[in-house]
Write a protein that binds this ligand. Structure first.
Ligand SMILES: Cc1ncc(COP(=O)(O)O)c(C=O)c1O
Length: 232
């Protein structure tokens, strides 16, 4: 998670708009135990999160919140006479959003929230963080892995036996073993296991690692990369 408070100060000093892209992790706002990760969020100008990611809502349930409603009208309102002839602006969401004749996406979040409550949403997000901890622990306890991921992250970045992540991930996919992505930060490449499926459990995480390990055992000609320091 980015240090929101620091970003708030920088944006205030230089009079910049602060948008917090919480597409992936922003759902922590529903958890009492985790929302400190977004401390300072109330000072942002806008914030978004995708309930279709970590909360498991159907695609797509993307939420954009702005501090001042007028900015939505400034961005989306238009002068077409043939539109929005009934009701006032509060009911005509077309003048304050991308939507016009499209789906009522907000209904998905609303009905989910009604059905399981804030506690239910909190349980979902906290469960994902626990699974991420479980995966990180597995990596830390196994000397064949290198971890490049921070605590409190749902992206578990790692390498296995210094094998080139792109080569390994592509071959895992082509051989119908696993679909897992890879990433890069500066010169460091890594496999990127993203904890996002609310149906997963610890057994499946272990199974993921076992599949990687078994595949590497069976495939001796995978590319290698230079060994590098762990970032913990
Ligand atoms: C940080 C971040 N921003 C934006 C996106 C794009 O989200 P979407 O196109 O699903 O709204 C993603 C998707 O993973 C993301 O992780």
């Amino acid at each position: 998670f980015d240090p929101v408070k620091k970003l708030v100060n920088i944006c205030k000093r230089y009079k910049m708009w602060l948008h917090l892209d919480g597409a992936f992790g922003g759902s922590v706002i529903f958890s009492k135990n985790l929302k400190h990760l977004l401390e300072g969020i109330e000072n942002a100008d806008s914030f978004c999160f995708n309930a279709h990611k970590t909360l498991g809502a159907p695609l797509s349930t993307s939420i954009l919140l702005v501090k001042k409603k007028k900015y939505l009208y400034k961005s989306f309102d238009n002068d077409a006479q043939y539109l929005y002839q009934t009701h006032d602006k509060d009911y005509n969401l077309g003048s304050s959003s991308f939507e016009c004749g499209r789906r009522n996406n907000a209904l998905k979040l609303w009905s989910m929230w009604k059905a399981i409550g804030t506690e239910g949403m909190s349980n979902i997000i906290e469960r994902q963080f626990k699974l991420a901890d479980f995966a990180r622990k597995y990596i830390k306890n196994n000397k064949n892995y290198r971890l490049f991921s921070f605590e409190n992250s749902l992206s578990i970045c790692f390498n296995y036996q210094d094998i080139d992540p792109k080569d390994l991930c592509s071959k895992l996919y082509k051989n119908n073993v696993l679909l897992v992505g890879y990433g890069q930060f500066k010169n460091q490449k890594f496999i990127r296991l993203v904890i996002v499926n609310i149906q997963n459990n610890e057994k499946e995480i272990l199974n993921f690692f076992k599949n990687v390990e078994d595949f590497v055992k069976r495939n001796k000609n995978l590319k290698r990369i230079k060994s590098c320091k762990e970032i913990l």
